[in-house]
Design a protein around this ligand. Structure first.
Ligand SMILES: [Zn+2]
Length: 61
């Protein structure tokens, strides 16, 4: 299966980076930005709806 890397963007500092959904937790749990230490639900870091869906799908099984 192809690895789906997703694009994250911090709503606080605007920093963007790619992440492997295997390294992320459920989208409704808090995630701390490594660039500015801002903490928000992971779902707010997903850059696009598709990115959010990939995280959700990864944790659905
Ligand atoms: Zn940030």
């Amino acid at each position: 299966m192809q690895e789906a890397w997703i694009q994250l963007q911090c709503p606080d500092c605007g920093e963007q980076w790619e992440a492997n959904p295997a390294d992320l937790h459920e989208p409704d749990r808090d995630f701390t930005c490594k660039h500015c230490d801002g903490t928000r639900p992971l779902s707010e870091f997903a850059k696009t709806t598709r990115d959010f869906e990939i995280i959700e799908e990864f944790h659905a099984s």
